[in-house]
Design a protein around this ligand. Structure first.
Ligand SMILES: Nc1nc2c(ncn2[C@@H]2O[C@H](COP(=O)(O)OP(=O)(O)OP(=O)(O)O)[C@@H](O)[C@H]2O)c(=O)[nH]1
Length: 565
């Protein structure tokens, strides 16, 4: 068992112990509620509600921690309460009360028998469900993706290697399949571009790939780039796990897009979930399950605190318990839905309520689903991931530019403004770059709008691959981009953008039989404490204007900044 699994099961065992140690308190709460009901009063309903809440939550927690007998007793008691709750203020009869008290006694007896069995709650705690798949963090390494290109046609490959580097890939070239095999067994790349035909055989390339996959025990992300078009070559590629097959010559952008799909990093920001449950142990239990799947969780135990929590924590999804004191889950969902900014957040009930009618009416306040406790951990993770992914995808449609996938104008402005406010507080050095493609109208006019789109795609591709995770890139307008480089001074920003400028102008685009290149100009401005986004943009735009005036294809820093062209 891995270290992580051990510590998880330890945490789970601690939660279970804490549930057990709180049982006497739960029993006295039940006894108090029954005591109140036995006193002759007109207002029996609030006491009935309290009693119902105690039984209900005991049922849920007992099921979660595997105390089935306790859960059965609580469930029976809860069912007996139901008709009384549904009929307005009908009196509680003596027999009914005695039966409820008997159930509490039964609970106490069962609890005592548990306690006599030495260490039962510790040793009986099994967490086999934590054997579920761990998140693959293989992609999250720093730097540009590393590509192995295995092809014995040196000239063609050198050209391709250069082009892929312009798109932000690191490339290592092998002309011999044996060399490739030896290296790949020691260091695996992010993706492979493999030829099929080598001196060792007609399908030696794909056979090598197949063998490597078998030796490693998993499939490396790979695609085939071959001069051969026949079926045997394609079949061997498929058998080696290559779902993409390109015949030479291939456009560098086409290949870069295919590689992008192979090496695409999953969302680097973990999904965020807010759990609202008045039972700290139950909230902690669900929290552990989700955290184990790489999800970031915040717990709130008092419904009145939810709006405060939402001001600091932006969840993709909120999981709400239904039965809570003061404000039930349905009411809380309604309150959250009153706030327009939170209308888009998915809300799911996590409750032991199994009555389908109640579940259905609970969803009327704009709640997306009902997960019944006790949950199967894998199912909870799957349900949460599914909705969180959808939520992110919807958010993506609103915040991203549809052609390039970069932030759109509005979102870029919002994100950069928020970062500037933070940078003022921490004195973080920042540089804003305004980037504009040169003579782009001519590209469209000479080679067509589609060719122009390819240039925009290539540029955004390069920027995404080459900038650091915390940097912000947005498509500000048609052929204008804005970049915020964090924790960077003007000199370093100048060097980086100048390097990108040189590489980008080296990309060869093709339109029909024509080929062409394209360049861009950049204006830079530095962030000084208290400067606003408008000021920064204004300064960067002035510098960009100068760059265009001076002949384009250059990077200029705003004259107030130390570094010129
Ligand atoms: N293909 C394509 N073209 C676009 C898109 N958005 C804007 N454009 C084009 O970008 C061109 C911008 O042209 P101009 O503003 O005259 O600038 P320029 O030709 O790049 O000249 P300089 O900026 O002075 O170097 C226009 O022809 C727009 O139609 C787009 O999404 N796709």
């Amino acid at each position: 068992m891995s270290k992580q699994k051990t510590s998880l099961s330890e945490k789970m065992a601690r939660l279970k112990d804490s549930f057990v140690s709180q049982l006497p308190e739960r029993v006295s709460e039940l006894e108090d509620a029954l005591q109140q009901l036995s006193a002759p009063t007109d207002a029996s309903n609030p006491a009935l509600c309290t009693l119902h809440r105690h039984w209900h939550s005991l049922k849920g927690a007992s099921r979660i921690f595997g105390f089935n007998e306790l859960a059965k007793i609580a469930s029976l008691a809860e069912a007996e309460l139901q008709p009384l709750l549904e009929s307005d203020n009908s009196p509680v009869d003596a027999d009914w009360l005695v039966h409820q008290q008997d159930l509490v006694k039964k609970l106490v007896l069962h609890f005592a028998s548990l306690d006599q069995r030495d260490g039962v709650h510790k040793s009986s705690f099994q967490v086999p469900f934590f054997e579920m798949g761990q998140i693959n963090h293989h992609w999250q390494e720093l730097g540009s993706p590393l590509i192995y290109v295995c092809d014995d046609e040196t000239e063609q490959v050198e050209y391709l290697e250069y082009q892929l580097q312009c798109f932000g890939y690191r490339v290592r070239h092998f002309t011999d399949v044996d060399d490739f095999e030896q290296t790949v067994m020691q260091q695996q790349p992010d993706a492979i571009v493999m030829d099929v035909h080598f001196p060792q055989g007609k399908t030696a390339g794909t056979e090598t790939l197949n063998r490597v996959n078998q030796r490693l025990g998993y499939q490396l992300p790979a695609l085939v780039l071959s001069g051969m078009e026949h079926f045997e070559a394609r079949l061997s590629a498929y058998r080696a796990g290559c779902r993409s097959y390109f015949t030479k010559p291939v456009k560098p952008l086409t290949l870069a897009n295919a590689l992008d799909k192979l090496v695409r990093k999953p969302e680097t920001d973990p999904y965020q979930v807010l759990i609202v449950d008045d039972e700290p142990a139950v909230a902690a239990y669900h929290s552990l399950i989700l955290e184990n799947a790489g999800i970031k969780v915040r717990q709130v135990h008092d419904p009145a605190e939810v709006l405060n929590a939402l001001r600091e924590f932006t969840p993709d999804l909120i999981l709400i318990d239904v039965y809570m004191p003061g404000c039930n889950g349905y009411e809380l969902a309604g309150v959250i839905r009153q706030v327009p900014e939170y209308l888009g957040i998915s809300i799911i009930y996590l409750s032991s309520e199994t009555d389908p009618k109640k579940q259905l009416s609970a969803m009327e306040v704009g709640v997306e689903g009902f997960i019944t406790k006790p949950v199967v951990p894998d199912e909870l993770v799957a349900a949460v991931l599914l909705r969180a992914e959808r939520m992110r995808a919807l958010r993506g449609l609103m915040t991203r530019d549809s052609l390039t996938g970069l932030y759109n104008h509005t979102t870029t402005t919002e994100i950069i403004s928020a970062i500037l406010a933070q940078a003022s507080r921490y004195n973080e050095p920042l540089v804003l770059a305004a980037l504009d493609l040169d003579l782009f109208k001519q590209v469209n006019d000479n080679y067509g709008h589609q060719a122009g789109d390819q240039v925009l795609l290539a540029l955004s591709h390069m920027l995404k691959n080459r900038l650091r995770h915390g940097d912000i890139v947005g498509r500000y307008g048609g052929e204008e981009f804005v970049i915020l480089l964090r924790d960077t001074d003007i000199q370093a920003a100048h060097n980086l953008l100048d390097q990108l400028r040189r590489e980008f102008s080296g990309i060869v685009f093709s339109a029909g039989s024509d080929t062409f290149s394209c360049s861009f100009s950049v204006g830079l401005s530095t962030f000084v404490n208290y400067s606003t986004l408008d000021e920064l943009m204004h300064n960067a735009d002035n510098a960009l204007y100068q760059a265009k005036e001076l002949g384009r294809n250059r990077v200029i820093a705003c004259s107030g900044d130390q570094h010129g062209d």
